[in-house]
Design a protein around this ligand. Sequence first.
Ligand SMILES: *[C@@H]1O[C@H](CO)[C@@H](O)[C@H](O)[C@H]1NC(C)=O
Ligand SMILES: *[C@@H]1O[C@H](CO)[C@@H](O)[C@H](O)[C@H]1NC(C)=O
Length: 396
Amino acid sequence: MMPWQSHIWHLPLLLTGEAVAEQAPTVPPYAFRCQNEPLAKFYRETVPVDSPKTWTCEGTSVHPISFAIPSEDIVPCVPEKFTDFASLLPGVEETYIFPMTSFGEMEYKRMYREARFGVKIRRQGWETMRIYEILAAGSMPYIEKVEQIPPTALVFVNKTLLKAARELGGRKDGTWPGYAMLAAELLRHTQQHLTTEALARYILSASGRGHASKVLYISHCLHGDYQCYVSLHGLRRVLGDGLVDIPRLDYMYEPHVAPMQPIERRMLCPQTSCTVLSGGRGDTGKATFGMAGEGMPVAIYGGGFSYAYRLQDLPVNRSLSALRRSLASHEFDAVIFPNAEVAQGHGPREVRLLVHLARQHYQPKDIIVLAEDSAVGRGEPRELELIFMLDLVLRA
Ligand SMILES: *[C@@H]1O[C@H](CO)[C@@H](O)[C@H](O)[C@H]1NC(C)=O
Ligand SMILES: *[C@@H]1O[C@H](CO)[C@@H](O)[C@H](O)[C@H]1NC(C)=O
């Protein structure tokens, strides 16, 4: 058994259509129950996804990329619904009532599971974890201006289904004809194409490394750098101990807490400044704002919901001498720089040294860079041949 398999929903139970309710993490007052339709075998049918388009730009090949969700967060079927719209409204602070605790995370997810729709609004870009959280909960994202999403954003999401969800949620008469079937189609697509494993396989295969078994990931993830978090999560699940992630991000790993002991949801700010808006805490329910400079303790971004505290420790040798040797002898099938910061050689000393070593021993075509579109144009352009861009916007 692969180490990660224990995290996955127990498929055999799901497929026989029995005992599914026992498998979903849930908290009272509502037990997790599937809607009656469609039957479990519906989810087994594989559905297609378009391969995202690729561009070549002055010798650099550019692929769009998107966030993803850990498979353990995805429900096996559309749950029973109790409300039309989830109570959380993006941008409305009073609705951010979830404390950044394990209980808060369960309640946050229960909110979406029991709601027919979850509202998502566009901020700077289209990409947010929220859309994946809504989908993983077996709810429907209700997205304003959904028709304006370009094909280069939310690349793995089925836009036809998203538009249908927007249309259904916009009905004023309080009836939702065809809800169960559309929700199930969205969920099935999510289970098959929006997991972090699917993302990791895409990164590897689109860069011509579908058979990679050993990859170096310079995991200097910034505060709130979801692309870095979810890519690391998926690559670990796909490659097991073949993924060498350095530096080790403690908050990505299982924390081993005793019963009733809270997880210490803090980290050291990895960049010039970190800001957090935390959901309601304890009894007051008031949202709090925090800020920290580089190296100072700060609340983990978004409480760590949907990405943190879940990787299993595997024996990975992160000693510099071992890495030096592995890089010099080309043991890695690829090196990944998970953001523009790393690609531009910024970060702590250890990170800068690793980037330097990687560039010394590896050709640009063996270095995979994940970046936000807006970040790439800045700074000195480097000789990069493989870039994956988030929220890519094409300019004439
Ligand atoms: C999106 O879903 C629809 C309805 O199931 C399906 O016909 C279509 O092929 C899907 N498109 C993509 C790109 O996956
Ligand atoms: C890691 O690799 C180094 C250098 O090859 C070696 O000296 C060290 O014993 C290894 N550590 C572990 C825990 O295997």
